[in-house]
Design a protein around this ligand. Structure first.
Ligand code: GLN
Length: 484
């Protein structure tokens, strides 16, 4: 029995039947990490002491019959989520050495549900990127092809699950950073509705877009993790008290459902033929399962990327103003005056992409340019939201590729920021409109994983999960752990 290849649901049964202990499950995962992570490089740091303590607690709860849904389950956490006493750096030098003084809500709820944290995963610096190459530490490798990127920005979290190093992991998605790496690594990844999961304890990138979500090996696992961390939190005013009913109708199938295919997504510029072929096949599977596939249109898609790359940098320029080298993290000690101290700390602490975004954002918000850029982008955002509202009058959910391409070679886009930004053309609309979206594996192109994205109306995670689950069952496509 190789526990590093199993799903949360399978392991839950074994743990609860006392056929497996949390302690043994943890040792197998630590061993797997030891064996493969020098190639994959999913982890920035491991937390074996915390994990051992949590596994012991889980074993006691399991024995007493009081175990939570994640009792004993190895979890990896993206380096933007604060965990008390654990170094949390957002993939940046500016926070090197910073130990979080508290644990954020989403992670805390998974801890309460019994999860065992094995380590902190690599990501693009401050979650800005689509390949994990903007990490200031090292790039992470795709477990399916080590010379390729895992996607990003949550590339470490996606590859840890794909490589059998953790059963589940957490990422964040501002423009696609959960769904795109899930697609490129062949695992399930979900961005919940904006407001479904509390972001207390998340190092903010673009606060009107950021959401925390899971990476898993099945749609059922995704629902279990989401359910455990969702819901109102007084510490995040944007979190909602709507019913946590994400598993409603989970197994109801897609018979009679209308699934919309936006022509702007289906024929998006740069979509690879192999990706398109995999999506066509997935649409056939959904049709075969009883869904009606309908054409829909999202006419403002072309402007989405431009609007996102004004709004996200604008918000980041303000969010990142707090990293001044005074309160925490890297601090220039040589400067003789306060201005130089700020400038040197930020110049040396932030990497190229982060500095580019802060400058773009500051420019877009500055007097004289605000109306032309920021305000205009906000208006475009409203139009995009309305496109989705209109489309959802004709369908229950929207299906498309998650990423126009499969995993690309490491280094192939690092010199061309625009090419990198295009990775998110199919995902960022979901963030601008605040929708829930999931990516599920739907086969291979050139031997590399392709993801099917399902977007649902706001607060209808149940619909996204139901469609994804129906696809998973009807297609028989199972998440596999990469043979490393
Ligand atoms: N790749 C996008 C960006 O760089 C999305 C990042 C994210 O979702 N965190 O902004």
């Amino acid at each position: 029995m190789d526990t590093t290849h199993m799903t949360l649901a399978e392991l839950q049964r074994l743990l609860q039947a006392r056929e497996l202990s949390a302690k043994d499950l943890l040792s197998e995962h630590l061993m797997r990490i030891d064996n493969v992570d020098h190639d994959v490089k999913a982890f920035l740091r491991l937390t074996p002491d915390l994990a051992k303590e949590q596994a012991a607690t889980a074993d006691r709860a399991l024995k007493a019959g009081e175990a939570g849904p994640l009792a004993g389950i190895p979890l990896a956490v993206k380096d933007v989520l604060c965990v008390k006493g654990v170094e949390t750096t957002a993939g940046s030098q500016i926070l090197r050495g910073f130990k979080a003084p508290y644990t954020g809500t989403a992670v805390g709820r998974l801890f309460e549900a019994g999860a065992v944290m094995v380590g902190v995963t690599n990501c693009d610096e401050f979650a800005m990127g689509s390949s994990t190459e903007n990490s200031s530490y090292f790039p992470t490798h795709n477990p399916w092809a080590l010379d390729r990127v895992p996607g990003g920005s949550s590339g470490g979290s996606a590859s840890a699950v794909a490589a059998g190093e953790a059963v589940v992991s957490l990422g964040t998605d501002t423009g696609g950073s959960i769904r795109q790496p899930a697609a490129l690594c062949g695992v399930v990844g979900m961005k919940p509705t904006y407001g479904r999961v509390s972001r207390y304890g998340l190092i903010a990138f673009a606060s009107s877009l950021d959401q925390i979500g899971p990476f898993t090996r099945s749609v059922e696992d995704c629902a279990i993790v989401l359910e455990a961390m969702a819901g109102r939190d007084p510490l995040d005013a944007t979190s909602s008290d709507r019913p946590n009913d994400v598993r409603r109708d989970f197994d109801a199938g897609v018979k009679g459902m209308k699934l919309g295919v936006p022509r702007e997504y289906y024929d998006v510029d740069g979509i690879e033929p192999g990706v398109k072929a995999a999506i066509d096949k997935a649409l056939d599977v959904l049709r075969g399962a009883g869904a009606e596939i309908v054409d829909v249109t999202l006419p403002h898609t072309d402007y989405g990327l431009a609007a996102y790359y004004i709004l996200a940098p604008a918000e980041c320029s303000s969010n990142l103003a707090r990293f001044d080298g005074v309160k925490y993290g890297m601090s220039d000690q040589e400067a003789t005056n306060i201005t130089d101290a700020y400038m040197n700390s930020r110049r040396h602490g932030f990497g190229t992409e982060v500095r580019r975004r802060v400058m773009l954002g500051t420019y877009a918000l500055s007097s004289g340019y605000y109306d032309a850029y920021y305000l205009k982008a906000q208006k475009v955002r409203t139009l995009i939201k309305r496109d989705f509202d209109t489309a959802f009058e004709k369908c229950d959910a929207i299906v498309s590729a998650t990423s126009p391409t499969v995993a690309f070679p490491i280094g192939s886009k690092t010199k061309d920021p625009l090419a990198m930004y295009l990775c998110d053309v199919l995902t960022l609309g979901g963030n601008l409109a605040g929708l829930p979206g999931i990516s599920v594996p739907c086969g291979l192109s050139e031997g590399l994983p392709v993801g099917l994205q399902v977007l649902a109306p706001q607060w209808r995670e149940d619909v996204a999960l139901r469609v994804a689950r129906a696809y998973e069952v009807a297609s028989g496509v199972k998440v596999e752990v990469a043979p490393l």
